[in-house]
Design a protein around this ligand. Structure first.
Ligand code: AP5
Ligand code: ZN
Length: 214
């Protein structure tokens, strides 16, 4: 399967991706995770991306299209993938169509994690992540067994630099102006399913399963 998870910051894309990924043996391609790794490693890509990310603005289309094109060539991604946080502009969606056409494939489904803006601040400000695996926790909704510590590795959890109320406002503005048109783009292609992303995590998982099996 070739899937896209689209939705605003905190809508649950990164929480639901690992669940589906294991089940269908897909590769989870999160442009946000890949960019954060590049920023941490101070690669040329990371240096270019950092300023926009810290402000909650989108990184340039060329940079993210390049990392997705490269990632799709990996042998483990040939069976299928989940694109989490990409495409986020109509230009990125058009470039993705070209990349897939070149490979003789297309997108099977786009899941739209629909949710009201008002609940996102609490989700974002309470999030803690394990940087090397991408696992995420929430102080209230998904607490780790020991506060501040990853359940599996015992390593420390961190908060993302852009996970504060002020930067969230910019991220939401970018979502509404640049990413909502992408939802319409896929609506016209009849590959779109809406997910009630405000429900509890297990209920969202059930909806995701239903959408993928239909
Ligand atoms: P990115 O990393 O993609 O951030 P985002 O889109 O803002 O999305 P989030 O990761 O915040 O949300 P999520 O839906 O994954 O939420 P999660 O499941 O963790 O991008 C970061 C930046 O990189 C961008 O601002 C941009 O600068 C750049 N970038 C990335 N891609 C780009 C692109 N294509 N083009 C240009 N620039 C790009 O959940 C959040 C919290 O809520 C967690 O704590 C979780 O435990 C909790 N939670 C999850 N589900 C539930 C639930 N059902 N109920 C209660 N709590 C829940
Ligand atoms: Zn995410």
């Amino acid at each position: 399967k070739r899937l896209i998870f689209i939705g605003p910051p905190g809508s649950g894309k990164g929480t639901q991706s690992p669940v589906v990924k294991d089940e269908y043996c897909l590769c989870h391609l999160s442009t946000g995770d890949m960019l954060r790794a590049a920023v941490a490693a101070k690669t040329p890509l990371g240096v270019k991306a950092k300023e926009a990310m810290d402000k909650g603005e989108l990184v340039s289309d060329d940079l993210v299209v390049g990392i997705i094109d490269e990632a799709m060539n990996k042998p483990k991604c040939q069976k299928g993938f989940i694109l989490d946080g990409f495409p986020r502009t109509v230009t990125q969606a058009e470039k993705l169509d070209e990349m897939l056409k070149k490979r003789g494939t297309e997108i099977d489904k786009v899941l739209n994690f629909a949710i009201d803006d008002s609940v996102l601040e609490e989700r974002i400000t309470g999030r803690w992540i394990h940087p090397s695996s991408g696992r995420s926790y929430h102080t209230k909704f998904a607490p780790p067994k020991t506060p501040g510590v990853d359940d599996i590795t015992g390593e420390p959890l961190i908060q993302r630099k852009d996970d504060n109320a002020e930067v969230l406002r910019s991220r939401l503005a970018a979502f509404h102006s640049q990413t909502e048109p992408v939802i319409n783009y896929y609506g016209k292609k009849s590959v779109l399913t809406n997910i009630h992303a405000e429900k509890a995590p297990q209920e969202v998982t059930a909806e995701v399963h239903k959408a993928l099996s239909s």
